[in-house]
Design a binder for this molecule. Structure first.
Ligand code: CDP
Length: 235
């Protein structure tokens, strides 16, 4: 049984967070999101002409998203170049953003999203998705809502929010990780993955604690965007 978390957090507590937008001056929109020792920076470019041309869609725009971990983001230097994990994470982030952005407003156009993980301590796909959605909003793209993403899971049968890498590696206790992303105002799930085993009842609890955590992240994202707008109106 997992009675006390390794970092002494409450089982339903997030790690300390920071969110800010406009961190990449050369991008159309950008954002940084940190949760504990996991941090992602996202930059958005476009809408612009689709390249290569055969990706173009007549009736809507497309999002091309790439997720990458910087070599110094993990203790064993991350290998340069894209591996299967990077490709998978890029795809799940793209799928989620496709639900958030009104792509029908940009026919024959492309929006490029680049996300770099500067520090990784589990939950990087969720931090990246949160940062990417803030960067899209910062770029002024019309959106159905921001995305708030977080992982929750189960360790030794105990439901935990926002696992660290050390917790994810508690294999003997049967750690299970469930990354999830929400469009909160639409009550829609745009990312849901599962690494490990859970019962149906546990999964319900994990989803509930994840949703509660995502709502806290959503508030922080909105505050960061409001700060940016009020700073711009002052200058
Ligand atoms: O990061 P996320 O939890 O979304 O995805 P994961 O594939 O379950 O990876 C969990 C964690 O493993 C990452 O957040 C990193 O802390 C670590 N990792 C690593 O140390 N080196 C890698 N090449 C990939 C992941």
């Amino acid at each position: 049984m997992y009675e006390k978390r390794l970092d002494n957090r409450a089982f339903d507590a997030l790690r300390p967070m920071e969110a800010e937008t406009g961190v990449v001056p050369n991008a159309k929109g950008s954002a940084r999101f940190r949760i504990g020792n996991t941090e992602a920076v996202a930059a958005v470019y476009g809408p612009e002409e689709v390249k290569p041309k055969h990706f173009e869609k007549f009736d809507k725009g497309i999002i091309l998203c790439k997720y990458d971990m910087l070599p110094f983001s993990v203790p064993d230097r991350a290998k340069p170049g894209f591996d299967r994990r990077d490709t998978e994470i890029s795809q799940v982030i793209t799928n989620a953003l496709n639900r958030a952005v009104f792509l029908e407003e940009f026919p024959r156009s492309m929006i490029t999203v680049r996300v770099y993980v500067t520090q990784a301590d589990a939950g990087t796909r969720c931090a990246s998705l949160t940062a990417a959605s803030m960067a899209c909003a910062d770029a002024g793209l019309p959106m159905r809502d921001l995305i708030a993403a977080v992982a929750a899971g189960s360790i030794g049968g105990k439901t935990c929010l926002d696992l660290t890498k050390e917790e994810e590696d508690l294999h003997e206790e049967g750690a299970t990780d469930v990354p999830m992303g929400f469009l909160p105002s639409k009550d829609e799930i745009v990312l849901l993955q599962l690494d490990g085993k859970v019962t149906r009842e546990q999964l319900k609890e994990v989803l509930a604690v994840g949703k509660k955590g995502a709502m806290e992240i959503y508030e922080l994202e909105k505050e960061a965007l409001k700060r940016r707008v009020s700073n711009e109106s002052k200058s």
